[in-house]
Structures are given as C-alpha cells and as structure tokens.
Design a protein around this ligand. Structure first.
Ligand code: ATP
Ligand code: MG
Length: 580
C-alpha cells in the first residue's frame, strides 16, 4: 500500500476522553474514530488489525472442526421469551419494535438464535456433534462504555456454539475449544492466562475466561502462588476456603443489647465509637430484587461479592436499595439497618458469620446498634453461603497456600451450558435407541476487537503502539527519504515492488513529508519492522532496518536485499515467540 494514496489520519494530540493507553493510541494512530458513546468507526489500519485477529481465530476454529456461518444481528423477542432472558438480560439488551409493533433486540449473543436453528434441522444422533461459529458485530448497551475498543457498546465477537449427544461429547467439545483458544492467543502473541469464571447472563454450570495480563484490566484474578496447584480464578468467581462454621441454637453468647451510636453510620464510625474491630461487626446490605427486599450480611471488614449473591438469590433486576427503600424496610435512616426485626423476609449471611459469636449490627433505628446478636438464634437466615470477595490474605481455596492478585482483560470465554438452552427451547434429537434427548451445549466467545486494544495495552512505549507482527496493520513499513533525489525514489519503488511480489504485507511511505514526520508516524502506528532508505545508504549500498520493539537498527545490503530481509524478518517473528 502506498501511504500517499491511503487513509491514516494520525493525531498530534491525545483525545481528552481516553483513559487507557490503547484508546489513546488507537485514536492517535488513526485506527478508530468515535461515532457516539461506545460506538466506533474502524478506519483502514484499525480494520486491518481486526481482520488479522479474526483470520487467526477463524483458522483455529476451522482447525478444531467448527464451521462458519453468519446469523442476523436483529433477533425476535419471542425466542428470548422462550429462555426467559427477555426479562433476565436487563438493560444491556437494546430492544426495538418494527412497524407492526413486534419486539426485537440487537444481538448481544446468539444462544437463542442458534438453538432455534439447530432444533429445526438436527433430528438424529448421527448429525451430532456439531459446532457452528460466526465472527460478527454484537451490541450490548453497557452501563459504562469506556476505554475505546476494550468496552464498546458495538464490538466484534467470534461466537461458537457446540451441540453434543451426551455429557462426554460436550466435555470433548469444550476441551477442543479451550485448546483452539490457547492456540489462537499464542499465535496472536498475547501473554494470557485461563482462569475459572462465573457464567453471568449466559448461564450454564462451568466456564473459563482467557485473560490478557495487563495493569489496565477491569478484572482482578486470584492466582495461587504455588505453580504446581495452578488455581487461578476471576475474583467474581473465586470461592473462599473454609470460612464456614457452626451456628448452634444453644449459644454461649449473651442476649442482644441495644447501644447508642449517635451519628455513627459507617463501619469505621461504629468501630471508633464502640471501640471494636471492624471484624466484630456484621454489616447489613439491602437490595431490591425485582422490587422485593433482600438483605445480605458480611463481616464489617469484608466486601460483598454481588456475583455470588446474584447466583444464590436468583431474580432478574438486582439493585442496591434506594435510601427510601432502606428507610421503609429497616424503619431507620441509612446506616442503621440490621437483621433483627427487619421487614425483609429473605436474609442471607456469609459463611464467616455462621459462628457462635455475638455480632454488632444495626438496630433498625436511628443512632443505635445492637451488640451480642447471634445469627442462628436471633435472626431467621434463609441461607449461610460464601458471599464475600476473596482477599489476598485468604488461602488458596484449592491447596491452602498463599494467593496473589493480578489484573486482566477478558479476551475469551468458554462455557459449558449443559441442557439449559436445549431444555428451555426443546432442542431434542433421537438417540441410538430412538429415544428423544436434549442436546448438550457449549458456547465460546472471543472479543476480536477487544484483542486489538489488549495487544496495545501489552505492547507500547512513549512513541506509540508496538504490534506483534501477526496482527499489525502492516507487517513492515518502507520509508523513502528520497525527497527530490530521484535515484532514491527509484530504488525505493523497486524495493517496494519486490516486497509486494514476495507477498510481504508492506506499507510504503512515499509521502512528500519530512523524515521526522515519517519516523514518528511509523513508530506511532506500531509496524513491527521499519525499512529506511536514504541518499547515503543508497550510495553505500545499504538500507537501514529497525526493530520497532527493541529499537535495534541493522543494515541490510541492497545487493541481495530480499534474502537478507527475509532472514531479518524471520528473526523478528522469532523474537516475538511467533511462528511465521
Ligand atoms: P465482560 O465481563 O468484560 O463484560 P462478558 O463476560 O460480558 O465480558 P462474554 O459474554 O463472555 O463477555 O463475551 C465474549 C467476549 O466478548 C468476552 O470475552 C470479551 O472479550 C468480548 N466482549 C464482551 N463485552 C465486550 C464489550 N463491551 N466490548 C468489547 N468486547 C467485549
Ligand atoms: Mg459483559
């Protein structure tokens, strides 16, 4: 490609709304432009990177036996009613009506559509297993679209869906996808890790996320320090080990006693006033679940894990109770709710509170708390469960050794769905004995556009992006410093033609610009290889070759250029740990 005839509108200034480096560089390198919140135009270089990611993913999916199709983006509401997700999916689902008043949504994921397709076509076990995928634009009306391509509302996803005759088959499909994902992320050149994950709105019983390790990640991962154990989980999912206990009805704890705590709303204020540790307090958090009140209790020094809570209580629309609801349900101002005589039927408590211990709790009246509250005796608890967020001082839930936290960006997610969707939508087949059975499903997503941003988060410097050669918009950039020197221009044209003929993905900077501008643009755009031809080099029979990642420059001979270039290119790919 000739840059003089191409479209890479680089920017000198950082965009004001860019909080993370990938967003800033994608904008500055002229790869994307914002249309409106969370919705972007992919400019030529952005599109090239996205398509290269897509192609690697496609090749690995095909190799694993998945088959490409393309499903509509617009999906009828009735399918979502069948699975109950028209309600459950909530506000992330962008809904609309057609001229007849029929309801639709823009697809955030395609379990309903694919299950509808397959139930209509697959009748016999002989047609199973089958795994269908697509690479397509998705829409999710995210609460906080941000970080450019990392969390858009419109984004590109690869989604695959497997259908098997039994659990053993489904397990094989899952493993096959897990391996295909590992291969694809390795080929892209990402530093990643697979972790145990929550299944979220997709549902099902088992899942892993693939996380690109980066400080700007929105997810936190708990990782066992013992490499032999291998435990790694998203914080949302990570279970807390061994905090359950006994909650005998006969207790050694004295009866509840009201104590005055004027003006003490927060855990810290209550601790200071009563001179107790925050671990002596059981805090009561109120939620509205589809409009009904639910209370959740965790120790004062712990954080409630809302994903764990949601998985236990069920329901569609879960929100923190408003101050008005808190007043209505606890009969007290915010900060004084407690479990004793609360006007809430459903009370859940963290396992850590299941002890023969008296807790300090809100008294459900202003400026007062209760001491000596024993949850098994004084409160009707619906369930004690693992409700809190794991901390770095908790032991590994699998081996008991130490854990540590790191940040990650989720780029892929594999789910075992079981028969959740096939039962809801009656997707059956006839087995060998002519008996009707539900298909066993799996689903598998990769954030294709998010990967481009993640690659930049992992690879950048003060000059710009540094792309792995596998997904760079162009693998190499040939910079001609010819200017008015026709001999240099002629030679650059000749090298460009040679590289093109060899099938190298080359951008030729033939613009009539100052060398400094050309160098800066090439650095900003992150092409992994730069070739610079000037008058002096031509005279000496050499061209300068720069490795964008290390900044290392070498000279390649013009005589026998192609052979020398190919050797250098192979060394660059190798240094990235990538196979050419
Ligand atoms: P997240 O927790 O980041 O919202 P998710 O669990 O909702 O992700 P999935 O439903 O598993 O995501 O979707 C599959 C993949 O699509 C994710 O692994 C991620 O890479 C990508 N993805 C999801 N939401 C977005 C988004 N808003 N913008 C860009 N990519 C996304
Ligand atoms: Mg999401």
């Amino acid at each position: 490609m000739r840059l003089s005839r191409y479209y890479i509108p680089t920017l000198k200034e950082d965009p004001a709304d860019a909080e993370v480096v990938s967003h800033r560089l994608l904008m500055r390198a002229g790869m994307i432009r914002k249309l409106t919140s969370g919705i972007y135009v992919y400019l030529p270089n952005g599109l090239r990177a996205i398509e290269k990611v897509g192609q690697i993913v496609r090749e690995e999916m095909n190799r694993a036996g998945a088959i490409e199709i393309s499903m509509p983006m617009v999906q009828p509401a009735d399918l979502w009613e069948e699975t109950g997700r028209w309600g459950y999916y909530g506000k992330e689902l962008l809904r609309m009506k057609d001229r007849h008043g029929r309801e639709y949504c823009l697809g955030p994921t395609h379990e309903e559509v694919i299950t509808d397709l397959v139930r209509g076509e697959v009748r016999s076990y002989k047609q199973l297993p089958i795994n269908l995928y697509q690479i397509q634009t998705k829409f999710r009306d995210e609460v906080r679209p941000r970080f450019g391509l990392m969390r858009g509302r419109e984004f590109i996803m690869k989604d695959a869906y497997s259908f098997d005759a039994d659990e053993a088959g489904a397990e094989k499909s899952y493993t096959g996808m897990y391996e295909a994902y590992s291969n694809a992320f390795k080929r892209i050149g990402l530093v990643f890790r697979a972790v145990q994950a929550d299944s979220g709105a997709i549902g099902g019983d088992f899942s892993h996320e693939f996380m690109v390790l980066a400080d700007t990640g929105e997810d936190t991962i708990a990782v066992c320090q013992d490499a032999g154990c291998g435990f790694a989980a998203n914080l949302e999912k990570a279970k807390v080990a061994g905090s359950g206990g006994q909650c005998p009805a006969q207790t050694s704890v004295a009866a509840p006693e009201e104590v005055a705590t004027p003006g003490a709303h927060t855990v810290d204020e209550v601790c200071a006033f009563l001179k107790v540790e925050s671990s002596a307090i059981a805090k009561t958090l109120l939620f509205s679940v589809d409009g009904e009140p639910v209370a959740a209790l965790v120790r004062g020094d712990r954080e409630l894990n809302d994903v764990k809570l949601r998985n236990i209580i069920g329901g569609n629309d879960i929100e923190m109770a408003s101050p008005e609801q808190v007043k209505e349900w606890s009969s007290a101002p915010v900060g004084f709710a407690g479990p004793v005589e609360l006007k809430v039927k459903r009370i859940f408590a963290d396992l850590e509170l299941q002890r023969d211990q008296g807790w300090v709790v809100g008294a459900n009246k202003g400026d007062a708390h209760l001491k000596n509250v024993h949850l098994g005796r004084d409160v009707q608890v619906e369930a004690f469960a693992d409700l809190r967020v794991i901390t770095e001082s908790d032991p590994c839930p699998e081996c008991g050794k130490a854990i540590s936290f790191t940040k990650g960006i989720e780029v892929g997610h594999v789910f075992k769905l079981g028969t959740k969707y096939s039962k809801a939508m009656n997707a059956t087949f006839l087995d060998e004995n002519g008996k009707d059975k539900f298909m066993v499903m799996g689903c598998y997503g990769i954030g294709v556009s998010r990967i481009v941003a993640s690659a930049i988060e992992q690879n950048n410097d003060e000059h710009g992006a540094v792309f792995p050669p596998s997904i760079a918009p162009f693998e190499a950039c040939l910079i001609s410093l010819g200017g008015k020197d026709q001999a240099v221009t002629d030679k650059a044209e000749e090298l460009y033609a040679e590289l093109l003929a060899e099938g190298i993905d080359i951008l030729y900077d033939d613009r009539n610009e100052r060398p400094g501008v050309k160098f800066a643009d090439a650095d900003l755009s992150g092409y992994p290889m730069q070739l610079v031809l000037g008058g002096k080099g031509l005279k000496n029979g050499i061209i300068e070759a720069k490795d964008r990642k290390t900044g290392e420059r070498i000279e390649l001979p013009l005589d026998g250029f192609l052979g020398a270039f190919k050797m250098w290119r192979a060394s660059i790919w190798q240094a990235w740990g990538l196979a050419l």
